[in-house]
Design a binder for this molecule. Structure first.
Ligand SMILES: Nc1ncnc2c1ncn2[C@@H]1O[C@H](COP(=O)(O)OP(=O)(O)OP(=O)(O)O)[C@@H](O)[C@H]1O
Ligand SMILES: [Mg+2]
Length: 276
């Protein structure tokens, strides 16, 4: 675009009017260019979000498949093995072979332990509860499971009242809670944690609070930048895909709060069905 040349001093009214029109036209052209650029940036961002959501869907689908394979494949084999061992154990008992009975009992215990681990791993990968009964049931199970394994007391206060949300939103909230509680267990030394869900017609707030040692947020930013630390960054990235925001509140000795805020009726809270 060529620049308008300013009329010399003492130029006629006509020249000044031409100059004014040229400048106005150039401003209009510039505004239109900016508008086009902005639209193209918005389109690119939408494409990027759609793509990132597709990758996320593929990951979740893969976890679902792996969870099913573990449960139905390895799980069933271990169940059959436990049944066989039980029968052999009963035979040894009938034959009053005490030594063999003890060894078979040990083998049975090991097999039952492996079966429990397999089922637990399958549920952690993708709890069928989340698809079948929704977020409240899945979070209750997660809290109970982690409490039993670690001794951390975890309570759940949900304003959802078992109401179902969009499946993607339910998965997002479950994964954020899972990651935040894993951090509480690994880093905080807390004795209590609380999951709180507040639900208003257009707004959803999820908080995971702990009474642990807390940490310097500046240190976390450093840890996030380092290659070995991806939990909190992943949480933020996923929330952003749905137009949400994750905030971390913490200080040494003050515990930690992870808060996810999501506007439910935002277009991006719904999954993009068209990958265009
Ligand atoms: N609830 C918490 N209490 C205390 N410190 C925490 C808590 N949550 C996070 N942190 C601190 O923030 C850091 C970053 O957490 P982040 O989840 O991103 O990474 P990570 O847990 O170290 O590794 P991973 O990638 O396996 O999640 C942690 O290393 C820890 O120092
Ligand atoms: Mg982590």
């Amino acid at each position: 675009m060529t620049g308008a040349r300013e009329p010399a001093a003492g130029a006629s009214g006509g020249e000044a009017e031409d100059f004014r029109k040229t400048v106005l036209r150039q401003i209009r052209d510039l505004t239109a260019d900016n508008q086009r650029l902005l639209q193209s940036v918005v389109r690119s961002e939408k494409r990027f979000r759609t793509l990132a959501k597709s990758v996320w869907h593929v990951q979740e689908e893969e976890r679902r498949r792996l969870a099913r394979d573990l449960h139905d494949g390895l799980g069933q084999t271990l169940t059959a093995l436990a049944n066989q061992l039980q029968r052999l154990h009963d035979d040894a008992r009938d034959a009053s072979n005490l030594g063999l009975q003890h060894r078979l009992n040990d083998a049975l215990e090991l097999t039952r332990g492996a079966l429990r681990d397999t089922r637990e791993l399958s549920r952690l990968l993708r709890p069928t509860l989340l698809d079948d009964l929704g977020l409240d049931a899945a979070l209750e199970w997660l809290a109970r499971n982690l409490s039993e394994r670690t001794g951390l007391h975890i309570s759940l206060q949900s304003g959802l009242e078992e109401q179902r949300l969009h499946p993607d939103v339910e998965t997002l909230l479950f994964r954020v809670t899972q990651e935040a509680l894993t951090n509480v267990i690994r880093h905080s030394g807390a004795s209590h944690a609380r999951i709180v869900i507040r639900h208003a017609p257009m707004l959803l707030i999820l908080r995971i609070e702990d009474d642990g040692q807390g940490f310097e947020i500046a240190q976390m930013t450093q840890a996030e930048r380092s290659a070995g630390s991806s939990g909190l960054r992943g949480m933020r990235d996923r929330a952003e895909l749905f137009g949400g925001r994750v905030e971390i509140l913490s200080a040494p000795g003050q515990g930690t709060v992870v808060q996810l805020t999501l506007t439910l009726d935002a277009p991006d809270a719904e999954p993009d069905q068209n990958p265009s």
